[in-house]
Design a protein around this ligand. Sequence first.
Ligand code: SF4
Length: 149
Amino acid sequence: MKNKNKIGIIICDRYRMCAGGKCLRSFHDREGAFSIYKKDEELELVGYTTCGGCPGGNIEYAPEEMVKNGVQIIHLATGFIVGYPPCPYITFFRDFINEKYGIEVVIGTHPIPQKYYKVHTKLGTWDSPEWREIIQPVLANEKIRLSYD
Ligand code: SF4
């Protein structure tokens, strides 16, 4: 029998008007952070919301709703990583959700779009060892990054 993973996505509120196109495309195509799931593993999206705006008040409550829908893994969207500046609370949110709800948290959803990659590379945003580790699942290659521009 196929595994079924129940997924929640929380996006950075700066992108609150986003219709979720890139996240849902990568969810479907198993790209970026969704490449951790095998192609034959079924994924079900059981929650999608924003952090609520800085400093992320909805992070405290949104997982509770998702838990009611059986969420198993929560993804913090790639917008947390590529925003100007990236979310300063990203690792705290990951650790908080994991600690309070016992839910696995994955940082990232879709591959980093090339336009963000270029600017952040010039800025040196992700030069620290911590950031290099954070971006790894959504780094992809240039061809894929360009396809997410
Ligand atoms: S930077 Fe962080 S706290 Fe602020 S809106 Fe984005 S995800 Fe939320």
